[in-house]
Ligand binder design. Sequence first.
Ligand SMILES: [Zn+2]
Length: 204
Amino acid sequence: MSNTAIVHREISIDCGHRVPDHTSKCRSPHGHRYRIIATCCGEILEKDGHSEDGMVIDFGRIKQFMMDVLDGIYDHAFIVSQRDTVLMNMYFPGQVPADVITRYDSELDNQLENYCLALEHGHELKAVSLPMTLISAQDPAGMKIVPVGYTPTVENMAKHMFDLLDRVMRRSFRGDEISLTNIRLYETPNCSVDYPGTQITGPS
Ligand SMILES: [Zn+2]
């Protein structure tokens, strides 16, 4: 009999976006309460006296990764696409959109790498936060704006969230034995997307 199990952990965040080329209501700035469900697969640990004995992974540990990375970046943020010239000009006046994205991604990479190093060395974990240099000059007190290189649909957001969480989980305890296998992202109670990180065979 298999000793492998699949576990799910859910968190919710609030954030805003718009889909600039949408011909209907999604082109207006609006917000959602997003539900994020991370699915992980791995062997059930058998180690007497270990805190995670009998578990694939402690639910609390997945929650911490989701909160430190996904909630840290997205919660109460407004997501702006690089191609959204109207909002890019509003939030980052006088700046080249591609440069804004490059700076943001580079800062995010640094923070994620520091987070992974802290994980590997058992140091205190510090939630990822948005680069202060990118907070709008029009509101230096700090609006939380997330500039991204993609159109912020629920599909693309699920993909981004998968990439971020997968990167952290691979560097954590038993990261080579436990896989993140799916991110399910609900945009509304009735609409959700699965992003499994691997190629899906669609209709031919
Ligand atoms: Zn929407």
